[in-house]
Design a protein around this ligand. Structure first.
Ligand SMILES: Nc1nc2c(c(=O)[nH]1)N[C@H]1C(S)=C(S)[C@@H](COP(=O)(O)O)O[C@H]1N2
Ligand SMILES: [Mo]
Length: 204
């Protein structure tokens, strides 16, 4: 009883149940900080496209209209930034990468991906981190269309890895036969970035 009273008085608001959900070294923020390298490009919806290319038997691309026709889902996930903030229970809507990959045949050597964006940002992921319900391309956040600052028109969300993998203003995925570092990965950040293992920097 007393313990409950103290913790409520201390926080002044209901705290989410964090047991087991907060990776090592992270703290919870109620805000949604915006972190982007460089200016935020505005992408017109009638020019927007999403492509899957590289080591696939035939590249595929969707216009905005076609993308909205794909089966979509709501996702509630915790996100973790390498700068140590985490946000629990973020609400997104979009298309699972598994669904997107149903439209292409990836060649057997195509085990690594570069996710590329409007504005030039890139990040790398092994195919295995994009499949098995681990990643989705979101176009709504908290019931609203995704603002450009938060990655609109659409962004990859890859919640089981540090947020730098969640490429904003995403333009496509290129499959390759080798793990090529993306923007932050080539500047000394860990190639994979598993928050549970605190893979912040190369060598962690
Ligand atoms: N296109 C693009 N996507 C990006 C980035 C970027 O600079 N450009 N930054 C990454 C990094 S390092 C982080 S931590 C998250 C930040 O997402 P947020 O601004 O929604 O918090 O976006 C990731 N996706
Ligand atoms: Mo980041």
């Amino acid at each position: 009883m007393a313990k409950r009273f103290i913790s409520r008085a201390f926080t002044g608001r209901r705290q989410p149940d964090v047991a087991g959900r907060l990776p090592p070294g992270q703290y919870i923020t109620p805000d949604f900080p915006v972190l982007s390298a460089g200016p935020t490009p505005r992408v017109a919806l009638d020019e927007w496209q999403f492509r899957i290319e590289g080591l696939v038997t035939e590249p595929v691309e969707w216009s905005w209209e076609a993308f909205l026709q794909l089966p979509s889902r709501k996702f509630v996930v915790d996100i973790h930034c390498v700068t140590k903030w985490s946000k629990l229970d973020t609400h997104w809507e979009g298309v699972s990468v598994d669904t997107l990959l149903e439209s292409v045949a990836i060649e057997s050597q195509g085990r690594f991906a570069t996710v590329y964006c409007y504005g030039g940002y890139t990040t790398n992921l092994p195919l295995a981190d994009l499949t098995g319900s681990k990643a989705f391309v979101a176009y709504r956040y908290d019931g609203q269309p995704l603002a450009p600052e938060q990655g609109g028109p659409a962004r990859l969300v890859e919640p089981h890895l540090y947020l730098r993998k969640s490429a904003k203003r995403v333009n496509g995925i290129r499959f390759m036969d080798a793990d090529r570092p993306g923007f932050w990965e080539s500047l000394g950040y860990h190639h994979r970035g598993d928050p549970r293992q605190e893979q912040r920097y190369r060598g962690d």
